[in-house]
Each structure stands twice: as structure tokens, then as C-alpha cells.
Design a protein around this ligand. Structure first.
Ligand code: GLU
Length: 432
């Protein structure tokens, strides 16, 4: 089983989505289930409704999963695991106050050494534990040996007991810490491969140490994906618009193009433009680059255009806000000049806006509009043109310019013979 484990503490950003996509692809390739684990044990940071929003994004991107689990519903299991570790003397109660620990940290800083738990409560005699009324956390004893694992992207990594330290597994309020909840749930959900961002690399040995202490034998594989940098080579910040999925969608980028881009960067795919379904055929996790990927919005724009071209007329029409195939076909005329759906919408919008009747060709525009309203529907453009000439007596520039303005709301643009069949059904609406 694989899992995508978002925290409902903010909007999905491209890094999260990339992790979700990779998990989905690998679950398909391995023929294993993908579950969504909402990591909501940090109540103070949770934002109401974010879990639902994250699931909406996953659905929009066609990321299929078998179930959604809220981690908070597992807290009783996490506590039972902690009790088992205490029985086994692998974990102990730590009565150190926050002030005491702060002082220890300050001292370490003054000595210019990395702070590690000093082991004060590790071997307290039983009576001192029983008689102690102070609030306590539960800590896992520091492992005795180093912990190694072979990451599918980063290769072999080894961490010393001191890198891992005696980590807190239950807080004073007896709620699990992130690492403990995560390690327990990876057991409970029988996870076989964890794909997540590289900001979690230092958590992995801690989670392995927790599972080792619980005598869990199944080996879980790991792939930590490199971070995504902005064009200046800096870590992409949450304040960076382009890192927000919501923003990219609102700018008119297609989900398929965003997926394509996030699978493409730091990768060596056989083709550059592809759908998520196509990527399932050739995606190879071992080909993902160790170095950070760089976000390039121009590349995303290019891919977006290519994916807009791949849409059929009906789909394109829906994306620009209409139900008719013809409007999709009309939008296609402009695709090469557009990067996003928003650009396309801007091209279609004027067709349905009032024409300028006060300008140089205003009179002609009025005359042609009036004629359209009282005429029968005309299929063919040449017949239409002839009808207008015959009925209005307009000629030359005074015929062609107003005609173009009536049909396209612009003085220049695509050939009218191409546009006419696509908008002929809307002419009465346009002229009224
Ligand atoms: N909740 C973590 C995050 O959103 C992911 C943890 C994990 O995948 O293990 O970064």
C-alpha cells in the first residue's frame, strides 16, 4: 500500500501535488492501493475545510485513491503502541519541564554543540516515576546502533544514534508527535513504499527507529523527492504565486498540463508532452534526478498550449465557458497566440460584447445588425455576404470593415470565411 499524507494546514502547492502524482503513478505500476492520510493531529495548525479542498484537487487531477483516513482517528492506536514500548522499556517518561529543556538547549548553543536530550529521565528509579506528579512526555530511547536505508532517489543514507536522539513520541497532553503518528500509521496501513518531499529525510531514521523498537519487520522503501526551486535558484516559497495549485488553475492552466510539467521536471521521459495516463506506461522512479528541479513557468505555458491543442472542440468550449462545439473550434483558431485558458477566454469574450456603433464604421455596423435581425438564417458565408451587399448597398471598405466588426468585434483578425460557420448560430444574439 502507498500513501499520500497531506497536512490540512494550508493550500496544496506544486511540491505536494508532485508527491501525490508520483504516489499515484507508483501505486498503479505496482498494482497496490493508494490511500490518502490526512495528517491532522496538530490541532492548532489544522485549517477547517482544507482536507476537503485537498481531496477536490486530487480528484481534479485524476489521482485515484482507495480510501481517506484522518490520522486523528488513530490516536488511541498510537497511545497503545507507546504503552507497548514502555512495557518493553524501549520508551520512558520524561518529566523535564519545558524551561529545563530550554535551558539545556541554551547551554548547548553556548558551547556551540548540537543540542541532544541529556538522558536525565531515562533511568529514573521506579518509585521516582510513580511518585512524580509533574506532567510528562514519553520518549523513545535513543537507538544503540546507526540506522541506514537506501533511498530510491538519494541512494544509501546512514544516521548515527545521536542524529536520531531520544525523541518524544507522546506530548504532555498524550497526543502523538508527528514522527510517532507517522511511523505507527505506516505500520497500521501496511505501507510498502513512502514517496515524500526531501524535507522529511531527517525524519525517516526516527520513524525507522520507532518501527524497529516496535519489532516491526517489514521493510518500507523510501523515495524522497528533491525540492523545487524558483527561477533564481531559491527554494520556492509558499508566497510564490506559481507554487500554488489554486493560483495556477485560476490563471487558466489545465490540470493535464500541470501534471505533465511536474512529472517532466527532474526526469528523463521519452517524450515531452504527455498525459498522466501515458506517463503510467514509462514512468521510472529510479530516473528521478537527485538535484533540485527548477520551476520554469514558460515551459509550463508551452505545455499548457500543447494540452489545449489536444482538447476536442467540446472540451475546449466548456473550458472557455460555452457548451457548443463551434465555440471550441473558434477558440482553436487562437490557440497559437495563447498560453492559458484565460488568454483564450479573452479572445472569445469580445464576440459576445456590444459592438462599437459610434466609431468610423458605426453606421455600417448598425445597418448590418438590423439586417441580421430581420433575415432568415444563412448557412453559407458567400450567400451571407451577397445578401448583405444586396440588402444594404454597402461596398468596399465601408462594407468589409463593418462586416468584420459585426462578426468578430475587431477590425482585424482571422479570415471571416473561417469564422462565419462557427458563429452563424449566434448571429441573432450578437446583433440584438
Ligand atoms: N504531512 C507531511 C507533509 O505534508 C507528509 C508526511 C509524509 O509523507 O510522511 O509534508
Amino acid at each position: 500500500m502507498l500513501r499520500f499524507a497531506p497536512s490540512p494546514t494550508g493550500d496544496m502547492h506544486i511540491g505536494n501535488l508532485r508527491v501525490a502524482l508520483f504516489n499515484f503513478i507508483m501505486s498503479k505500476q505496482l498494482n497496490e492501493e493508494l490511500i490518502i492520510r490526512i495528517e491532522d493531529t496538530d490541532k492548532e495548525r489544522n485549517i477547517e475545510g482544507k482536507d476537503k479542498e485537498i481531496l477536490d484537487v486530487l480528484n481534479l487531477f485524476n489521482i485515484e485513491y482507495s480510501q481517506v483516513i484522518h490520522q486523528s482517528s488513530h490516536v488511541k492506536f498510537h497511545r497503545n503502541f507507546a504503552i507497548a514500548l514502555m512495557h518493553d522499556k524501549k520508551a520512558f517518561n520524561c518529566f523535564c519541564s519545558t524551561e529545563q529543556l530550554e535551558m539545556d538547549k541554551k547551554e548547548a548553543k553556548e558551547k556551540k554543540i548540537a543540542y541532544r536530550y541529556l538522558g536525565r529521565c531515562e533511568n529514573l528509579p521506579a518509585d521516582q516515576v510513580i511518585d512524580n506528579m509533574a506532567p510528562f512526555t514519553v520518549r523513545l530511547k535513543k537507538p544503540l546502533k546507526s540506522v541506514s536505508f537506501t533511498d530510491k532517489v538519494k541512494g544509501k543514507l546512514t544516521f548515527e544514534p545521536n542524529d536520531i536522539d531520544s525523541i518524544i513520541i507522546l506530548r504532555q497532553d498524550k497526543n502523538p508527535t508527528y514522527n510517532f503518528a507517522c511511523a505507527c500509521d505506516d505500520i497500521l496501513n501496511d505501507i510498502s513504499l513512502v514517496i515524500r518531499g526531501e524535507d522529511h529525510v531527517s525524519n525517516t531514521p526516527k520513524q525507522i527507529a520507532i518501527r524497529d523498537a516496535l519489532k516491526y519487520e517489514k521493510k518500507i522503501e523510501y523515495a524522497h523527492l528533491p525540492i523545487i526551486l524558483d527561477t533564481n535558484g531559491q527554494k520556492m516559497s509558499k508566497r510564490d504565486n506559481a507554487s500554488s495549485i489554486k493560483w495556477l488553475l485560476s490563471e487558466g492552466f489545465l490540470p493535464e498540463a500541470i501534471s505533465n510539467y511536474l512529472i517532466l521536471i527532474g526526469n528523463k521521459p521519452p517524450v515531452e508532452v504527455f498525459t498522466l495516463k501515458e506517463a503510467l506506461e514509462w514512468f521510472d522512479l529510479s530516473k528521478i534526478s537527485k538535484s533540485p528541479a527548477k520551476f520554469d513557468i514558460d515551459k509550463l505555458r508551452f505545455l499548457n498550449r500543447e494540452h489545449m491543442k489536444r482538447l476536442d472542440n467540446k472540451e475546449l468550449s466548456r473550458y472557455v465557458g460555452f457548451a457548443d462545439d463551434e465555440i471550441g473550434a473558434l477558440a482553436k483558431i487562437y490557440i497559437d497566440e495563447c498560453n492559458t485558458l484565460n488568454d483564450l477566454r479573452e479572445k472569445i469574450k469580445p464576440y459576445f460584447e456590444p459592438r462599437d456603433e459610434d466609431g468610423e464604421f458605426g453606421e455600417g455596423v448598425k445597418i448590418i445588425k438590423k439586417l441580421i435581425l430581420k433575415s432568415d438564417h444563412i448557412q453559407d458565408f458567400n450567400d451571407f455576404k451577397e445578401h448583405v451587399i444586396n440588402e444594404t448597398g454597402l461596398e468596399g471598405k465601408n462594407f468589409l470593415k463593418p462586416l468584420r466588426i459585426v462578426l468578430t468585434n475587431s477590425q482585424d483578425g482571422p479570415e471571416l470565411a473561417i469564422v462565419y460557420p462557427l458563429i452563424k448560430n449566434f448571429l441573432k444574439e450578437i446583433a440584438s
